[in-house]
Every structure is written in structure tokens, then in C-alpha cells.
Ligand binder design. Structure first.
Ligand code: ADP
Length: 865
């Protein structure tokens, strides 16, 4: 050092990309002419070198201004000349120094330098800074782990502040500028501070870097893991025999879709979805959903259609084969077929069959399909209250499916089926939307060529479908729907019709359904009578069919019990019972039975057999009235309970219900009281008002009717309509209420066998009512003999079957007075006559005290039916 100070002059070597700090031992090559020369001279003289960084690496031949001013004095430790003229040098840094001036630059660089001596004094501030630097160095090393252990020990043991900075800067992987900065700063405290700042930012950068690297690694690991698992799964699928090269099934679906003639919109949509499916993981839930969706599209009939039967005669035959009578409906269907013959594309008519249950509405729909040669589907709308049931759910919902319409179209397999919408009047709506509005889109010919199902997301053409709807009552069909339908009413059947239906259709059908075609089963007239009157008081034939099925099941059971079967019947049929030997086998058992039973009187000759079952060789069974009772137990409805034994205060009305026409008994009792009127039997408002009107009418016309004006004084009137659990309403009970009230007041019973219906007004007019056919059929069913109707309903009798017209005597009236004259023929209403002339309550009313007792007794002692 002293030598340097003395001489002040040194050989300088400019360094590229390298900063050497004191106490660092560094190897490097020297190749440039002036540098080589300088090194050689220094080595020869045994002098240290001055190493200083170049400002720009690219400069090959640097001048005075191309190097920094601060550098390091270094001792040559090793020097080796290489064959190419370069020198490999190992040096050790000694001290920092600043260039004073250049003394030589041509042959080599010689400079006079001023050494920067390290500060010896350690102030508390410097001590604190040293500690900070040391801590940060340790922290950095913990994260980076890039410093050699000897260097770490050297740093940790450094007690001179400048030495500490030199060691730290020399050993850390800092940028060249940072190193240069730390080398050049003169002030020790500033060096320490800067050193701390640089390490701090490096630590921060490194933590960030590590964090990012960690994330990237994790991501990479996951991708690798997924890839690995997928590969494994493919292998497993291969092992399981699942489609190896088409794991998502996209290709198979594409082929199926190509084979189908899809509308353009649908084909486009499918292409998009197929692409999406191809990109999905085969086992993911999304791909399963998409596959299901595409399968729905594949399965739907987009262009497939069945050819229509255009042969009217054939269609008529089929309709007649399936259903008895129902002329009007059959005619309408034949009309439709005729129009089809003239014009190939007819917008499907929407027929609506309205009638009581069991009148063949549903089965007629099936028959229409058969006669047209179309496929048949049926959807029951009873209880449907959610629009999604019609239109489906969006396919993003879990478990989503198309609505009932599209589901049924898939079932139909053709785009032109007969589509039966059953019980359209039983739909309701709530917060889940209005199914009726969705149905409107289905049924409206203007809209249904582009029906939108939420699940399909593409429109579906329903315009070729023939829709048939059924309902029990037109009132409950939402108006916009009713407006688009052609209503065909199917009223209940008469007893005669029921008998025919049972004989020609229900019995053969049920025999087949119960596997009894091989047996010889005959139902006699008496059986039908009994079934219709005693077991099934209904407008249609549903219960009749059920009871027939019931009987046949019992017969089947008997046959099985007796060892009868189709086989045994075949074997035995042609032979004569007597000629058969009796070996002990299943077949022979049947013969045995047959032989024994055939000893009984033959059935055909005696229609009313005492026994129900009279098997012969073909297991012959004849079902008559008695047999019905044997199979089904006691009758449920007793015949003639209604019309007989008329008491004062009782009248039979006729009501229209969704189940067909009904007999509606009305009872009135008058008892001692305070003039109150009580109405019981679950009556609706309109019926209550009718009762009030009837009462007022009687009071207003008491003179003509020859009843006392004071009949309500000190008396309570109780009007009761039995079967209280069933709500009743409607104005058509007006005349019945009047008749019952009058009968109670006058004490005269209504003529036996009379049923009546009609709305009344306060002035005594009798207004027409609806549902005449149903009501007349009900009167006939309940064995009434006379029927009273408003005159203006006379025209409605056209559709009444002849046998009903014959069985009933019809009476028509314009006014309530006329009606009462018919119902109470023994009383004359023309002239007010002395009250004494009329018997019953009128008499009682005239008498003072005891009379009231009689009245009460009359009313109470004569319970009505
Ligand atoms: P709805 O739909 O009107 O309630 P269904 O169509 O279910 O009645 O009919 C009930 C049963 O009665 C079916 O087996 C049907 O074949 C039979 N049926 C009803 N009317 C007739 C008829 N006119 N001719 C033959 N069978 C009939």
C-alpha cells in the first residue's frame, strides 16, 4: 500500500461485465492488446493492477472516457499465458481507488489513482446499519441459497463497515449497476444504507418470484395430474369395452343426426352442440347432459309421418267396430277424412269431446287414430298446474326434460299423430305459470307450427298433429282455449244403449283382457239390467265395464280352481263329455267337471238359470241377474227408492253435474218458530236465492194458490237438499224448490213419478235451462215417469233417444202457476176458493191452537225418504 502511495501509478485493465470488490478472489481472461501488455509489465515489476469496469461492453478499444472512474486495486495471484496470446489471470481485490489521471494510453493503460481507505470509526448509526445489512443478507441467503458457506462466514465475521459492504456486494448476485453503485459510493453510511435498500428490494422481488413459481408449478402439476388421470381413464374405458376412439359419443350422434332429415335450424344447433360435446371430458356431468339433449333431438320425429287412410268406408267400419252409436262424432271424423281426400294439407282440426266420465271420449280418440291410420298419444292434463309440464325446463336445470307435448311426440314416432289431451278442464294455474297459455300455443293453428319447448331450444312443428281434447264440462275450459276448439257433446247413455254397449263391446273386450276367450261366456239381459240399475247409477259406462271385469275375474278364478285352461278347453271342445274316460290329469279334471256339470239343465233353453256357472265341455258360463248378485254381493242402488211414496214437502228436481245428470230431491219442513228460513245441504248462492224467490212467489200469489198469506207467521221453514257433502248450485232448481215449498204449505204431495227442472222469476215466469239431455237421461235412469220442463226447452228434446221419449211423459209450462197445476193436478188454482176446500196444512192453519200441533206433527212425523 505504501508503495502505491509512493508511486501513485498503476497499470490499468478495463473489465467487461465485471466489478471486483476488495477481498474477492476472481479469475478472468485478458485478451486485448493494451491490457495484456499492462498485465505483463505489472507482473514483471511485481506491481498490483488497477481493475476498472467499462461503461459499455460493446466498446472493444476503450479510451479514457469509456471506463468508470472508481475501480479496485488488485494483486495478481496467478497468471498463465495461453497459446493464443491471451492471459488467464487470478486476482485478489485489495482496495477501492479513484482514477486521478492517465499517464499512458497507447501501449498500455497507466493511471495515477487515489485509494479510498475504508472508514475505521464505527458510530452507533453505522453499527445499526451494519446489523440491518447483516440480517438482510442472512434473510436473502435463506431464500436464495446462492452464497457459498465460506463467504457467509466471512460476511458474518466482518467488523469493518466498508469491508462488510464489499463482502456482501461481492457475494450477492446483484446487477452490474447496483454493484458499481456500491463500489463508487464514498461515504460509508451511505454505502451501508444503499446496500440495505438493494438487498430489501431483492428479497421482495425474490419472494414474489418464488410465489409465482410456486403457483406455476402447482398449475403445471394439476395439468399433469389431469392428463395422467385422463389417460388412465381412457385405458380403463378401453378395458371395459367402452367406445375407445369416440369417448364422448359425439361421432356416433353425428352419424345418427346426419342420417335424419332435420330442419335447417335444428341441424345448425346440433352441429354447434356436437362440437361442444367433442371438446368435453367424456365422463363429466356436462357431457352427459349434452348427450341426452342430442339423443332427444335424434329421437324426435322431425319429418317422419304416417300416410293417412283416405278410404271413408274403411274408416267408418273401424269407428263402428270400436264404438256403439256416437253418430255425430263419427260423422265429423268422416267429414275430416273426406276433406283430406280433396286437399292433402289440412290444418288439423281441434275437436273437444265434452261429456260425463265413461262415455267413451278417450277411447274414441284412440279409435279416430286407428281409422285415420295414425299413431296415437295421450296426455292427461288433470292436475297440471305448472307451465313447465307442457313446455319443459331449460336444459341447464338439473334433471331437465322436455315437456309432455314433446315427450309424447317422441313416443308417437311420427309428426302427425292423433294427440289426445285428456281432461283439459282439470288444469289449474299458480305461481309456476299458466299451463293454459302454453297449451294455447300448442292448439292455435296460427302458432303451433313453431312450438317452443324450453328444453329443445328450437321450434317444433305441431301443425300436422290432430289434436283431440276431452273435458267433463265446457265451463272450466279457459275461454281462449275453448274458442279454438270444435265442441262435440257426448251425453250419457240410456239403459238400452248401455245394454248394447255392454253386450257388444264391453263384455267381449273384458273377456279378452281377462284371458277367457277360450271359454264360452254369455251375459244375459237380466245381468245387464241388474248391473246397470243396481250397481252402476252413472251416465257413462265406466263402472259398468269395471263391474263386468270384476265378474269375469271371478269366473277366471273359478276356472283356474277347477283346473280349466285354454289347453284343456281345446282338447275337450269337439268331443262329447260322455265319451271321455277319466284318467287323473289336469286335462281330465276339466272333463270330469264338465261331465258332472253337464248333468245340470242346459243353459240356453232356460235364460234365468238358478246357478251362475254351468260349465259344459267348453267351460260354459252363463251370467244372469242372480249370478251378478253372487259375484258382486248385494245391490248398491235399490230400484224405485225415489219416485215412490211421495210425502208433502218433497219434490224431485234434475241437476246437471260433471258426472252427468242427477236426480235432486228437495225437502221442505215447516215447524213452529219465529218465521225464520233455514237452507241446508251445501247450497250455493244462486240456489239460496232461488229458494228465497220461491218463497216470495208463494207469498205473493197465496190467493191464487189458495194458501194462507200468513203461512210463515210463527213458523220456521227449513229447506234441505240431501247429500249435503256435495255442493250444489244453479238456478234450475227454482221450480223444484217452489213445488216442495208449496207441497209443504198445502200438505199435498207432488204427483208420484214427477221430476222437474226450470228457473223461476218473482213474477212467476218459468225460464229455460241447460243440460236438458243429461237431465232427461237422469230422470229415465231413476225411473221417473213424468218430467216437467220450461216450454222453451221443448226444442232440446230432438236428441233424446226414442226409448227415453217413450218411457217418459213430457209436460211443458210457461209459468210457475202452470207448472204447479201440472204437478198438483188435484188442486185448482184458477179461482181463489175457500181455504177449507184444500186439505192438509191449510186446514191446520185455519184452526187455532191444536192446529199448530197437527202441523208440527205432520211435518215431523212424516220423515221424507
Ligand atoms: P271417458 O274418456 O269418456 O271418461 P272412456 O273412453 O275411458 O271414457 O270409456 C270408458 C270405457 O267405456 C272404455 O272402455 C270405452 O271403450 C267404453 N265405451 C264408452 N262408450 C262406448 C261406446 N259408445 N261404445 C263402446 N264402448 C264404449
Amino acid at each position: 500500500m505504501k508503495l502505491l502511495l509512493k508511486r501513485h501509478e498503476m497499470f490499468m485493465v478495463p473489465l467487461k461485465d465485471l466489478v471486483i470488490f476488495p477481498r474477492m478472489v476472481v479469475p478472468f481472461f485478458v485478451g486485448r492488446r493494451r491490457s495484456v501488455r499492462g498485465v505483463e509489465e505489472a507482473a514483471r515489476m511485481g506491481r498490483p493492477l488497477f481493475l476498472v469496469a467499462q461503461k459499455k461492453n460493446a466498446v472493444e478499444d476503450p479510451g479514457e472516457h469509456d471506463v468508470h472512474t472508481v475501480g479496485t486495486i488488485a494483486r495478481i495471484l496467478q497468471m498463465m499465458k495461453l497459446p493464443d496470446g491471451k492471459i488467464r489471470l487470478l486476482v485478489e481485490g485489495l482496495d477501492r481507488a479513484v482514477i486521478g489521471r492517465y499517464t499512458e494510453t497507447k501501449e498500455c493503460f497507466r493511471v495515477i489513482v487515489r485509494p479510498m481507505a475504508p472508514a475505521r470509526e464505527v458510530t452507533p448509526q453505522i453499527s445499526a446499519l451494519m446489523r440491518t445489512v447483516l440480517t438482510q443478507f442472512t434473510q436473502f441467503n435463506e431464500i436464495a441459497r446462492k452464497v457459498a458457506p465460506e463467504a457467509v462466514t466471512a460476511v458474518e465475521s466482518a467488523d469493518v463497515p466498508d469491508v462488510l459492504v464489499d463482502l456482501v456486494a461481492g457475494n450477492l448476485p446483484l446487477k452490474l449497476e447496483q454493484k458499481l453503485e456500491l463500489l463508487s459510493l464514498e461515504n460509508t453510511a451511505a454505502r451501508l444504507e444503499r446496500c440495505a435498500a438493494i438487498i430489501a428490494s431483492e428479497i421482495e422481488l425474490m419472494s414474489l418470484e418464488q410465489e409465482i413459481t410456486g403457483k406455476v408449478r402447482r398449475k403445471l402439476e394439476k395439468t399433469q395430474k389431469d392428463y395422467f388421470l385422463n389417460e388412465q381413464m381412457k385405458e380403463i374405458q378401453k378395458e371395459l369395452g367402452a367406445e375407445g376412439d369416440d369417448p364422448t359419443g359425439a361421432r356416433e350422434l353425428e352419424e345418427k343426426l346426419k342420417a335424419k332429415d332435420l330442419p335447417l335450424e335444428v341441424a345448425d344447433k346440433c352441429q354447434k352442440e356436437l362440437k361442444r360435446l367433442g371438446r368435453m371430458q367424456p365422463m363429466s356431468p356436462e357431457s352427459a347432459l349434452l348427450r341426452t339433449y342430442l339423443e332427444w333431438i335424434v329421437d324426435l320425429p322431425w319429418k317422419e309421418a304416417t300416410p293417412d287412410n283416405k278410404d271413408i268406408e274403411r274408416a267408418r267400419q273401424i269407428l263402428d267396430e270400436d264404438h256403439y252409436d256416437l253418430k255425430k262424432v263419427k260423422e265429423r271424423i268422416l267429414d275430416f277424412i273426406a276433406v283430406r281426400q280433396l286437399k292433402s294439407r289440412v290444418k288439423g282440426p281441434i275437436l273437444c269431446f265434452i261429456g260425463p266420465p265413461g262415455t267413451g271420449k278417450t277411447s274414441l280418440g284412440r279409435s279416430v287414430a286407428r281409422s285415420l291410420g295414425r299413431s296415437f298419444v295421450r296426455v292427461s292434463l288433470g292436475g297440471v298446474r305448472d307451465e313447465a309440464e307442457i313446455r319443459g325446463h331449460r336444459k341447464t336445470y338439473v334433471g331437465a326434460l322436455p315437456g309432455k307435448i314433446v315427450q309424447s311426440m317422441r313416443k308417437a314416432g311420427s309428426r302427425n299423430p292423433v294427440f289426445l289431451l285428456d281432461e283439459i278442464d282439470k288444469m289449474s294455474s299458480d305461481w309456476r305459470g299458466d299451463p293454459a297459455s302454453a297449451l294455447l300455443e300448442v292448439l292455435d293453428p296460427e302458432q303451433n307450427h313453431a312450438f317452443m319447448d324450453h328444453y329443445l331450444e328450437v321450434s317444433y312443428d305441431l301443425s300436422d298433429v290432430m289434436f283431440i281434447t276431452t273435458a267433463n264440462s265446457a265451463h272450466n275450459i279457459p275461454y281462449p282455449l275453448r274458442d279454438r276448439m270444435e265442441i262435440i257433446e257426448i251425453s250419457g247413455y240410456t239403459e238400452f244403449e248401455k245394454e248394447n254397449i255392454a253386450d257388444k263391446f264391453l263384455v267381449p273386450k273384458q273377456i279378452q283382457e281377462n284371458g277367457l276367450e277360450w271359454a264360452d261366456i254369455t251375459f244375459q239381459k237380466s245381468a245387464f239390467h241388474k248391473l246397470i240399475r243396481g250397481y252402476t247409477m252413472e251416465a257413462g259406462v265406466r263402472n259398468l265395464e269395471r263391474e263386468i271385469a270384476n265378474i269375469l275375474r271371478k269366473i277366471a278364478r273359478e276356472a283356474v280352481k277347477e283346473g280349466m285352461s285354454p289347453l284343456s278347453a281345446q282338447a275337450s271342445a269337439p268331443s262329447e263329455p260322455s265319451s271321455i274316460a277319466v284318467p287323473a290329469s289336469a286335462e281330465t279334471e276339466s272333463f270330469a267337471t264338465a261331465t258332472v256339470e253337464s248333468a245340470l239343465p242346459a243353459d240356453a233353453a232356460s235364460p234365468e238359470l238358478p246357478t251362475a256357472v254351468a260349465p259344459t265341455s267348453r267351460h260354459k258360463v252363463v251370467v244372469n241377474g242372480k249370478a251378478v248378485e253372487k259375484y258382486l254381493g248385494k245391490e248398491k242402488f235399490l230400484e224405485d227408492t225415489f219416485s215412490q211414496d211421495m210425502k208433502p214437502g218433497l219434490a224431485y228436481g234434475l241437476a246437471w253435474t260433471e258426472l252427468g245428470g242427477q236426480l235432486l230431491p228437495v225437502e221442505v219442513a215447516i215447524v213452529v218458530g219465529k218465521g225464520e228460513v233455514t237452507l241446508t245441504g251445501s247450497l250455493g248462492d244462486v240456489m239460496k236465492e232461488s229458494a228465497q224467490a220461491a218463497l216470495t212467489f208463494l207469498r205473493a200469489h197465496h190467493e191464487k194458490l189458495r194458501i194462507p198469506a200468513t203461512f210463515t207467521k210463527e213458523r220456521d221453514i227449513h229447506v234441505h237438499v240431501p247429500e249435503g257433502a256435495i255442493p250444489k248450485d244453479g238456478p234450475s232448481a227454482g221450480i223444484t224448490l217452489t213445488a216442495a215449498l208449496f207441497s209443504a204449505v198445502s200438505g199435498v204431495p207432488v204427483t208420484t213419478g214427477f221430476a222437474m227442472t226450470g228457473e223461476i222469476t218473482l213474477t212467476g215466469r218459468l225460464l229455460p235451462i241447460g243440460g236438458v239431455k243429461e237431465k232427461v237421461l237422469a230422470a229415465h235412469r231413476y225411473k221417473m215417469t213424468h218430467i216437467l220442463l220450461p216450454r222453451r226447452n221443448e226444442k232440446d228434446l230432438e236428441e233424446i233417444p226414442a226409448e227415453v221419449m217413450q218411457a217418459l211423459t213430457f209436460h211443458f209450462a210457461d209459468s210457475v202457476l202452470d207448472a204447479l197445476a201440472v204437478l198438483f193436478p188435484d188442486r185448482s188454482f184458477a179461482e181463489p176458493s175457500p181455504l177449507a176446500a184444500s186439505p192438509g196444512i191449510v186446514d191446520a192453519l185455519r184452526r187455532p191452537e191444536p192446529a199448530e200441533r197437527t202441523l208440527v206433527d205432520t211435518a215431523l212425523d212424516q220423515p221424507i225418504v
